[in-house]
Structure formats: structure tokens, C-alpha cells
Design a protein around this ligand. Structure first.
Ligand code: GBH
Length: 526
């Protein structure tokens, strides 16, 4: 009796705890060590990008990138009027970074190459040897430390010299990106075996153009967005086919791209319209890219094609605002990835709407017709756009897996995931974020059968955050931006991640026993 009473009380406590967490948007409360572990072939890594960490913006022959130029003209763009001129100064302190990566025990490091560091004019007529040597040294040192580089060719820092072309509005940029990629394969293909062509075309084409601030692109909305997507994906396919034909046979590398995917949770799950809204959003905003590469039919998804064609027609356009690929281009795009990289951070509440004051007409927003709202139920410990809703990870992975047949054989790699806060080293919220999001990945693998082969935490260290400057931070290691050596200090989340990487399981109680001593000493390298 006593025993069952005890159980009843426990259950009551558990129920109320669950309710509490449900109210915060968490579906379950976990404790102890996770029952599932990460499969042996699952890779762990950390990620950064060149402009956000390197500094040395005008050193050793580097040309300017559009971000250098833009932010020097508009220092008010970031709340702290900061820029990436120095950042964590990883250009000079890359050996420190390698040391941190070793400490974490991860096997892979995702980083990007600064295009204007290699080609100051953007074009192949002049190659900056000092820039070339820098990355060569970095790759050699990474490999010596048993860390495999995963290299993003284009993470937003296009050479300013190419700006006059109209960036992604002009197909000429496709040719220049292909030239640049060819140079990288020639220079580094012996050392680099995993390439990412483009980081988040969806953010460049949608947000960059929408706000005309997040990325210094030009705004013409519903025309440009689709032209941008069209050209950028074509650039991806052409780089893939170039590598496949001329380099893969002897370099044996793999090449993919990264998409930013948010999860649109139906605002009111009891309302069928809201359920539809979530689905429409994913089909429009993820589907438009994924269908080109990972569907059995190829080309833009019929859903998107019909929607934009009919909107364009109603608006009096003589042709669809969504351009058409030639048959040859459709073929080049289909299957043009050895993995799908997804960057997932957050979720929003989705509901249908035909207009919204923040939407331009025409625009992809209006074509989509879905409002995205935040909710107080999901905590936002740092940047306002980043709400914590771990189940969104599992849901978005399942959505991809269920919708795209080719993903049965082409694996998904989570190429970015992480939380922003205000820089404290006792970053309990980041520890929970990683634990809870990683657990959703375990569930997607073990309970849903998703084909997920790797995970990269964003970010190794505190970086320059595009439109937040240094006011929010994502690092596992804190950077003291005021110190001459940009001193790096582990946060609690670095220890926690190191433990996950070594044990291949999640310790949900890690947070209860804060680490006050040097954990590296008893955690051997992998
Ligand atoms: C990634 O983008 C980037 O790849 C990476 O460079 C970046 O540091 C990281 O996220 C963290 O932000 O402030 O309302 O204008 C993720 C997608 C899209 C998230 C734009 C932030 C800005 C919204 N990002 N969004 S707002």
C-alpha cells in the first residue's frame, strides 16, 4: 500500500513536472543518462565561418568582401557598432582553435574559406598566395591533430569586386563561383575531402533580400528572391558536377550544401487551417530547395510552381515570377549532393494569412501566405529570433525524411545547431539546449529511422554575429574580445559537449553538478 501510495505521489509529481515543462514547450523531462546512444559512424563536430572569426580583414593581400564594405559604411548595422575586422582573430590564433577542437574530442571541424582572401578581385586572374598558404597550413595542422576539415566554399562573404554585377541577380556570378570552387579543389582537394558549396541559400535569398539589412543585398522582393534561388542552386549544381567529373575520381571527396530549416509548429493544433499552414510553409520554404536535389522527379515542386504561377498570373505578370530551369539544368540539380546539411536552430508558430503588413507585394512571404509568430511558452535566452523548442528538431528531420525519397541513401548531417545567450561561462541554458536537441536527434535516428550521420555545434567559439555584433554569443568557448590574444575560456557547455562526444550518450544530470575543475584531465581524447 505504502509503496503504491509512494508511486502515486511520484506519478503526481512527475505529471505536474511534465505539465510545467509542457507549458515551457518541452514535451518530456529527462534525467540520468540517455537510453539511446549515438551510432559508431555518427560524426561530431563544431562549426564556424571565416568572416565571423578570422579578423585580419585587410591583411596579407586579402580583398574586401561585401560584408567588410557594407559594415564599414554602416557601422550602425550592429547594435554595438562592431564588425568582423578583428573578431576572435582566428587568422592569427588558429593553433589555439585547433587546441580547443582537440579538447572537445570531436573528429570534424566545419569552417569556411574567405573568397576574397584567395581571390581579392573575385575572379581567377589574380590568386593571393599568402591567403592560399594560410588555409593550407590550417588544413595540415588540423589533419595532424586528427581533425577532418569540412569546408564551406561560400559562407556569405562575396568579394566586393563582384558587387557591381548585381550579385545573385546575375548569372555571371554562377560562373565566378564555379571558377573559385575549381581553384579550391585544385589547391586543397588533396587535404579536404568534405565540401559544402553554399551556406543557407534560403537565408541569402529570402532574409537578405527581404530586410535589405541582414545581408547587404538589394531588395526587389518577389522577383529577386526567386531569381536568387534559381541562380544560387544552379551554382551549387554546377560546382557539384564539376567536382564529380574532374576531381572526385582521384580526390574521392564528398560535397553537399546547407539549408537553414526552421520548424513551423501549427499555432493551434486543433485548427486544420493552422495544420495546413505548417505544411504549406515547409513545402514553400524548404521544399523549393530540397525538391530540386532530393526528389524523384526533380525540378521545382509542383506545389510551389503552381502557387507562384497562379499568383503571378493574378497579379498581371505575363510570365511566372519563378523562373524555369532547362531540362539539362533539372538533371544537373537532381541528386547533386552526397549529403544534405541542415542548420536548425528554432521553431515558430504557423498560421495562414493572406496578407501581413510586413510582407512586400509581390514577395515569397505573400506567395507562401503563412504568418510566423513567437510564443512566450518557448524560452529565448539570447537573440530574440531564437526560441527553444527541441521537438522541432525531430519534426523537421522527419518532415525531410518523409518527403524526399533520395534521403534514404543521401544522409542528413546537422551542419549547425546552437543557442545564443549573453556570454556567461556558466551557460546552463546552452547545456540544456544541446542535451535536449541532441536527444531529439537520437529519437529521430532510433525511433523514426531517420538517416542522420553527423552533428556540428554552432559554434566552437564566440563569433561576430552578423546583425547582432558581439551582443549575443553562440560559443562553446568564451572569447575575451578585449584581451590582446583574444583569450578563449571553456564554458560549461564545452565540458558537457566533450562528455557527450566521448560517451556518445547524453547526461541530463550534467547540469546538476557544475564542473569546477579541469574535466579535460580525466576525459581522454577520442
Ligand atoms: C546561421 O544562420 C548562420 O549560418 C551563421 O553564420 C550564424 O552565425 C548562425 O546562424 C546564428 O545566427 O535578427 O530577426 O533579422 C541561421 C539563420 C537567419 C538566423 C537570420 C537569424 C536573423 C533574424 N539565421 N536570422 S533577425
Amino acid at each position: 500500500m505504502g509503496c503504491s501510495n509512494g508511486v502515486a505521489l511520484n506519478q503526481l509529481l512527475l505529471v505536474s513536472l511534465n505539465l510545467l515543462h509542457l507549458a515551457r514547450g518541452r514535451s518530456e523531462v529527462y534525467s540520468g543518462i540517455s537510453k539511446y546512444s549515438f551510432p559508431d559512424d555518427f560524426i561530431f563536430g563544431v562549426a564556424t565561418s571565416a568572416y565571423q572569426i578570422e579578423g585580419a580583414w585587410n591583411e596579407e593581400g586579402k580583398g574586401e568582401s561585401i560584408f567588410d564594405t557594407f559594415i564599414h559604411l554602416h557601422p550602425e548595422y550592429t547594435p554595438d557598432h562592431s564588425n568582423g575586422d578583428v573578431a576572435a582573430d582566428s587568422y592569427h590564433h588558429y593553433m589555439d582553435d585547433i587546441d580547443l577542437i582537440k579538447k572537445l574530442g570531436v573528429s570534424h571541424y566545419r569552417m569556411s574559406i574567405s573568397w576574397p582572401r584567395i581571390l581579392p578581385n573575385g575572379t581567377a586572374n589574380y590568386i593571393n598566395l599568402q591567403g592560399v598558404m594560410h588555409y593550407r597550413k590550417l588544413f595540415v595542422e588540423l589533419l595532424k591533430a586528427n581533425i577532418i576539415p569540412v569546408v564551406t566554399i561560400y559562407h556569405w562573404d562575396i568579394p566586393t569586386a563582384l558587387e557591381g554585377l548585381g550579385l545573385w541577380k546575375n548569372t555571371t556570378l554562377v560562373d565566378y563561383l564555379v571558377d573559385y570552387a575549381r581553384i579550391l579543389f585544385n589547391l586543397y582537394g588533396d587535404l579536404v575531402k568534405i565540401w559544402v558549396t553554399i551556406n543557407e541559400p534560403d537565408i541569402v535569398c529570402a532574409d537578405g533580400i527581404k530586410f535589405n539589412k541582414y545581408l547587404p543585398e538589394e531588395a526587389t522582393h518577389g522577383l529577386n528572391e526567386y531569381v536568387c534561388i534559381h541562380n544560387m542552386l544552379l551554382a551549387h549544381a554546377r560546382v557539384y558536377r564539376l567536382y564529380e567529373k574532374e576531381f572526385k575520381p582521384y580526390q574521392n571527396g564528398k560535397l553537399g550544401l546547407c539549408l537553414d530549416v526552421i520548424w513551423p509548429e501549427p499555432k493551434n493544433p486543433g485548427n486544420p487551417e493552422d495544420l495546413k499552414a505548417g505544411e504549406i510553409y515547409s513545402r514553400m520554404r524548404i521544399g523549393i530547395y530540397a525538391h530540386l536535389i532530393f526528389s524523384e522527379d526533380g525540378d521545382y515542386p509542383p506545389f510551389v510552381r503552381e502557387r507562384v504561377n497562379s499568383m503571378s498570373h493574378k497579379q498581371g505578370y505575363l510570365q511566372s515570377r519563378l523562373p524555369y530551369y532547362t531540362e539539362e539544368e533539372v538533371k544537373a540539380l537532381q541528386g547533386s549532393a552526397d549529403f544534405l546539411g541542415i542548420n536548425h536552430y528554432t521553431s515558430f508558430l504557423a498560421s495562414q494569412s493572406s496578407s501581413d503588413p510586413s510582407w512586400a507585394v509581390p514577395s515569397m512571404d505573400q506567395d507562401t501566405g503563412v504568418r510566423l509568430d513567437k510564443t512566450k511558452a518557448w524560452p529565448r535566452p539570447g537573440a530574440d529570433w531564437l526560441s527553444v523548442y527541441p521537438p522541432g528538431m525531430r519534426k523537421v528531420l522527419n518532415w525531410l525524411q518523409n518527403n524526399f525519397k533520395l534521403l534514404e541513401r543521401i544522409p542528413i548531417i546537422i551542419t549547425e545547431n546552437g543557442l545564443s545567450d549573453f556570454g556567461q561561462t556558466a551557460d546552463y541554458e546552452r547545456v540544456s539546449y544541446y542535451n535536449d536537441y541532441l536527444y531529439q536527434i537520437l529519437l529521430a535516428i532510433h525511433e523514426d529511422g531517420c538517416n542522420i550521420k553527423g552533428y556540428f555545434a554552432w559554434s566552437l567559439l564566440d563569433t561576430f554575429e552578423w546583425n547582432y555584433g558581439y551582443t549575443v554569443t553562440f560559443g562553446l568557448f568564451k572569447v575575451d574580445f578585449n584581451s590582446p590574444n583574444k583569450t578563449r575560456t571553456p564554458k560549461l557547455s564545452a565540458y558537457n559537449y566533450a562528455k557527450i562526444v566521448r560517451t556518445r550518450r547524453i547526461d541530463f544530470d550534467f547540469i546538476k553538478a557544475p564542473v569546477t575543475y579541469n574535466i579535460w584531465q580525466y576525459l581522454p581524447y577520442h
